[in-house]
Design a protein around this ligand. Structure first.
Ligand code: MRU
Length: 315
């Protein structure tokens, strides 16, 4: 299985071959692949690779589940693989695993395309009022972070396809700089964008230079509280203060109906080296939680729902 190594972007386009379970687990852990839906799909393929190597199913599920804690798509995909595989005959297990991984990937592609179509009317309404749309996003929730089409960027791509004039404020996203991945994606797609330091977002919102904020999600609790890349919450607070709508775009697989609220979402703490402060003590939480009350709507493949009404899309 071949992946695009996101740790080398945007400077270099390098591909890496994943040959087995350890490669797949490592790719997720070190963020060669990243973004909740892509992590889920990669984990599913990781199970198929493990079985191909002759590794026990349980070992694969345990190793992959331990790679990153916050994105629930990882655990959702592993649960799906377990359901299909644990009672299957050994002779057919490998084929079943590859088929299920492919199904997860195909479904993600379709879900994200639908998110784009459901989000498009929001942007059309802004365009009708103001001409140019100024959207703001955080982190990277484009095609790189998914199997295809992206989540937060899906409505942006749909707007461009519909001929709307759309510009995107892209925050850098310290410490891992996923905003640079977003800028790279938008550059490739020919969509006007401006990279900003994370701390510039409040000023731009205050100055009326942002019509809407759209972000992705790593886990949405049953009450609508949403974990996404660290810094998302501050954008939501500033958006609320300045009357700017704040949307979360995510497939239903990102909703964790078993998780009652944001306080129960595990927040990944990453290595101090990512912040790079020498001997100074460092805290490096990789995600924060935006309370449901700050979210104007959740754009899913089933339509736009209010964060307090997630049960309406419960599978
Ligand atoms: O640590 P990362 O880069 O995996 O975090 C990614 C994000 O926070 C994304 O916004 C989220 O996964 C949505 S991706 C479509």
């Amino acid at each position: 299985m071949v992946i695009l190594d996101q740790t080398r972007l945007p400077g270099e386009t390098a591909f890496v071959v994943l040959r087995g379970l350890e490669d797949a687990a490592n790719a997720i852990r070190v963020m060669q692949v990243r973004g909740a839906p892509l992590i889920g799909a990669t984990a599913a393929y990781g199970v198929a690779l493990a079985l191909q190597e002759g590794r026990p199913l349980e070992d694969a599920l345990t190793a992959l589940a331990a790679t990153r804690p916050t994105a629930v798509n990882l655990h959702w995909a592993l649960k799906r693989m377990r359901l299909v595989l644990e009672n299957s005959a050994l002779a057919t297990r490998r084929d079943l695993a590859w088929n299920e991984a492919r199904a997860i990937a195909r479904e993600d592609e379709a879900a994200n395309a639908a998110i784009g179509q459901h989000g498009l009317p929001l942007l059309q309404a802004i365009a009708a009022r103001k001409g140019r749309i100024n959207a703001m996003t955080h982190c990277n929730a484009g095609w790189l972070a998914t199997v295809a089409n992206g989540t937060a960027l899906a409505p942006i791509y749909a707007a461009q396809d519909a001929g709307l004039d759309v510009h995107v404020w892209v925050s850098e996203t310290r410490p891992r700089n996923q905003g640079h991945l977003t800028a790279w994606e938008l550059e490739q797609a020919g969509i006007p964008h401006t990279l900003i330091a994370d701390n510039a977002a409040g000023l731009l919102l205050m100055q009326g230079k942002v019509d809407c904020v759209i972000v992705g999600a790593d886990r949405i609790a049953a009450n609508g509280d949403t974990a996404n890349k660290i810094g998302t919450y501050l954008k939501a607070l500033a958006a609320r203060e300045h009357g700017v709508p704040f949307y979360v775009a995510a497939p239903v697989s990102t909703i964790d109906f078993a998780c009652p609220d944001g306080a129960h979402i595990p927040i990944e703490e990453r290595a101090a080296e990512e912040v790079g402060a020498g001997d100074t003590p460092v805290a490096n939480p990789a995600f924060d939680v935006t309370p449901a009350g700050l979210i104007s709507g959740v754009i899913t493949e089933r339509g736009i729902i209010t964060a307090s009404n997630l049960r309406s899309v419960m599978p």
